[in-house]
Design a protein around this ligand. Structure first.
Ligand code: ZN
Length: 258
């Protein structure tokens, strides 16, 4: 069972993205002409892709129903006092962090309603500096909350517009699968941007090397895994390098001007 779960978590994002792509391309082709034989074959590929997509989405959503139950995970957590370094970090970043929870059996971190939650597993892996870098990322989610929400809204709206334009006049079930595919293909980029933005802001308050090593420890064994909400850790670290290269270029060109 664990093996199946592992395969699902490692590949489902790319399988669902590919199926979404097939569904969208097939829909465009089907709208152009449904009488020619190759287009009849497209109807089959559309249907098979749609069924697979729905099955994968149902499997993917099922643990999240548990996850939302788990959102009350604070019952498995201890409320702690923030250590002085994190209090200082919150002050520096101008953020209100009213409480801090240490969550049992969890390898993660989140900032929700002014409360910071850190998994015990994650905390045990990180050095004090790495923890600060990860927390700076989490604090940025709170600081840039409104911008990120607007961005997510834009992504959803864009997907909806594309689905409406492509799906006008289609049977209701086809339109719903098309909408799901558009969301699956176009929204992740907007979600990934939030993570890159938080990383970029975090390295203004923490050492970039600490954020990199903290992320690698957090994503141990799955640093190449992409998800709907998060790009892979390897991609995030590569992005730091791109940011660094841009700054080196800007800095050296401004030095040359003087
Ligand atoms: Zn994040």
């Amino acid at each position: 069972m664990n093996k199946i779960e592992e395969i699902y978590h490692n590949y489902s994002f790319w399988v669902k993205s590919s199926l979404s792509f097939i569904i969208i391309v097939d829909t465009i082709a089907l709208r152009l002409n449904t009488q020619v034989v190759p287009f009849v074959i497209l109807q089959y590929t559309w249907s098979i892709s749609a069924v697979l997509m729905l099955i994968l989405c149902i499997i993917g959503a099922s643990p999240y129903i548990g996850y939302f139950k788990e959102m009350s995970f604070r019952k498995n957590s201890k409320q702690m006092v923030l250590n002085p370094n994190l209090i200082q970090l919150a002050e520096k970043m101008g953020i209100e962090c009213s409480s801090f929870y240490l969550v049992e059996n969890w390898n993660g971190a989140s900032m929700y309603c002014d409360a910071l939650s850190i998994g015990e597993i994650l905390k045990s892996k990180l050095t004090e500096q790495e923890l600060e870098a990860i927390v700076a990322h989490e604090f940025t989610h709170k600081i840039h909350e409104i911008t990120h929400l607007i961005l997510l809204f834009v992504g959803c709206f864009l997907s909806w517009i594309i689905a409406v334009l492509l799906g006008l006049g289609l049977p209701s079930i086809m339109y719903k699968v098309l909408l799901l595919s558009c969301v699956y293909l176009f929204v992740p980029q907007f979600c990934w941007f939030r993570e890159l933005d938080c990383d970029e802001n975090a390295i203004k308050y923490a050492d970039k090397k600490d954020l990199q090593s903290g992320l690698i420890k957090y994503g141990e064994g799955r640093i190449h895994k992409y998800g709907f909400l998060h790009p892979s850790i390897a991609f995030r670290i590569a992005d730091f390098k791109r940011i660094e290269k841009i700054w080196i270029r800007v800095f050296s060109s401004s030095k040359n001007r003087h």
